[in-house]
Design a protein around this ligand. Structure first.
Ligand SMILES: Cc1cc2nc3c(=O)[nH]c(=O)nc-3n(C[C@H](O)[C@H](O)[C@H](O)COP(=O)(O)OP(=O)(O)OC[C@H]3O[C@@H](n4cnc5c(N)ncnc54)[C@H](O)[C@@H]3O)c2cc1C
Length: 490
């Protein structure tokens, strides 16, 4: 990738995951002057597809949900470079483990009444849910909310496994107002989940709303093809990878030396004599960004800086923000997760005609769940074979994160023999991927975090703090945020 070591740019994007790439894509489309800086030697962030031995597997997210129109619009735009793949009909069947046996998760009210997953008492509670009064505590945790409206067994065998699948989280930590705002709003707007879902179902949808089909998606050939398509459209000249130790300084931060001053306004004809001589400089150049690329110093003047990196990166990156404000952002907890992609050339276990299997915490197993990827997406495993990805760890099983590769292998073997009923465990692919900052947990402190971001953006015009510390954790949320942030700069 080409770059100069000292330059002026209107907009700097920090972080080249799907959020940063989406911003860059729309800025490029609008003809804006921008540059994306990424720490790693590749872009994509946690999105990474690999192929080996006839298997195509993901090292990060596997599938997303078409939860908003922006996902559809982005794929429409990129249609010549990558193809959205909608998961097969197997996606509609989700298994949940109860007493060591897989049961289908109810997909509607009638199934909820007939399933063995919930107690008879709770089935009556579910029927009474529309008549229960709405809660009024915005910081109520998810477990309290679900117990109040639906009952314990619904919490344990529907919500808990769902939350493990999405957040690798703990319902007693997550706050619906922030973590599941659509669910929270159903109760606030309609007084009930069931009433709200029914009423919303009858509401006339706009053309934009119709695009949000909630279908499960990936990309033909793997999610990295979306990253490649975005990168290709953005242009390598607008991306610098391998940028370490990025520090953003405000114009009126005291620079370290007179030499530093030149970077504040390279176009200025006035040459500074001293560090105190700052007033002579063009204040429209708001930020100076410094970093190291392969040991060489990079200095950029920019009017606007957008961060899309995790909350935990910001205290180093934005030293001009006071400690108490930054603390309110980087207190966000990211759970650690181990992802294991497992491939078999010949599958001899249970039928994999489902999205996957979710395992409630109550079942006391060592895996959080399994996704049956070769049953959902094309070309992921050889014919007659299978690709299954399992997840380990999450908020309540951090005790497993320190296991070494051999121990993980043994754990997966033990769980597979039992849960997948395979006679012998000799996979043709077994890849262990460790994520130390996998999924942010939107708990009670989220309101304060969002307010602090807003306050800082007002206090420092030109600074935008994006990324998964706000606006949702899924890929569709990231695409939506990326597009919105780009639009805010038009
Ligand atoms: C294991 C796992 C499974 C998931 N499963 C799903 C799923 O099934 N469905 C779904 O919708 N979502 C899923 N997600 C969530 C989804 O993948 C993420 O929300 C999304 O990819 C995050 O994109 P991002 O660009 O915001 O962040 P990231 O992908 O984390 O990108 C941030 C980028 O910033 C860079 N960076 C960090 N620090 C610096 C620095 N100091 N200087 C410069 N650059 C820096 C990083 O290297 C990275 O490239 C999953 C995530 C994980 C980890």
């Amino acid at each position: 990738m080409k770059y100069r070591f000292e330059m002026n740019k209107d907009i700097i994007i920090i972080g080249g995951g799907i959020t940063g790439l989406t911003i860059a894509y729309y800025l490029k489309k609008a003809g804006k002057d921008f540059l994306l800086l990424e720490k790693q030697d590749r872009v994509g962030g946690v999105i990474k597809t690999n192929s080996e031995n006839g298997f195509v597997f993901e090292e990060g997210p596997n599938t997303g949900v078409i939860g908003n129109a922006d996902v559809v619009d982005l794929f429409d735009d990129l249609a010549e470079k990558c193809m959205l793949e909608v998961a097969s009909a197997n996606v509609n069947k989700r298994l949940v483990l109860k007493n060591g046996k897989w049961k289908p998760l109810p997909m509607g009210l009638w199934q909820a009444i007939s399933t063995p997953l919930f107690t008879t008492y709770d089935k009556f509670r579910i029927l009474g849910e529309p008549f229960r009064k709405a809660g009024n505590n915005p910081h109520e945790t998810l477990d309290d909310m679900v117990r109040r409206r639906m009952g314990n067994s619904f919490l344990d065998y529907a919500v808990d496994p769902f939350i493990l699948g999405v957040y690798a989280g703990d319902p007693s930590m997550l706050v619906p107002k922030y973590a599941l705002p659509k669910l929270y709003n159903l109760e606030q707007d309609y007084g009930s989940f069931i009433k709200g879902s029914i009423k919303k179902g009858f509401k006339k949808k706009s053309e934009e709303e119709k695009k949000a089909t909630r279908n499960v998606f990936s990309v033909e050939g793997g999610l990295s093809n979306l990253v490649n398509a975005l990168t290709d459209s953005i242009g390598n000249e607008n991306i610098i990878t391998g940028v370490e130790n990025i520090k953003v300084k405000k114009y009126n931060d005291k620079p370290d030396s007179v030499a530093d001053l030149s970077a504040f306004d390279l176009k200025s004809s006035i040459k500074p004599d001293s560090v105190e001589d700052l007033s002579a400089f063009n204040k429209s150049e708001n930020f100076i960004i410094k970093g190291l690329v392969h040991g060489k110093e990079l200095t950029i003047n920019a009017k606007k800086v957008i961060t899309t990196t995790g909350a935990y990166t910001l205290s180093d990156m934005l030293p001009f923000i006071n400690k108490s404000d930054i603390q309110k952002i980087n207190s966000l907890h990211y759970t650690k997760v181990i992802e294991v992609a497992i491939g078999f050339r010949q599958w001899k276990g249970i039928p994999l005609d489902a999205f996957g299997g979710l395992i409630p915490h109550k079942e006391k197993r060592d895996i959080l769940g399994a996704m049956f990827l070769s049953s959902l997406l094309s070309g992921r495993a050889p014919e007659k074979g299978a690709l299954v990805t399992v997840f380990i760890g999450g908020v309540r099983r951090q005790d497993l994160i320190g296991l070494n590769d051999n121990e993980i292998y043994n754990l997966v073997e033990r769980e597979f023999r039992d849960l997948m009923q395979i006679p012998e465990f000799n996979p043709d692919l077994l890849k262990i991927i460790r994520h130390n900052y996998a999924i942010p947990q939107y708990s009670a402190d989220s309101g304060e975090r969002f307010a602090t971001v807003q306050k800082l953006e007002n206090q420092f015009p030109g600074l935008i703090i994006g990324g998964n510390l706000r606006n949702g954790i899924g890929m569709a949320d990231r695409i939506k945020q990326g597009k919105n942030l780009a639009n805010s700069l038009m």
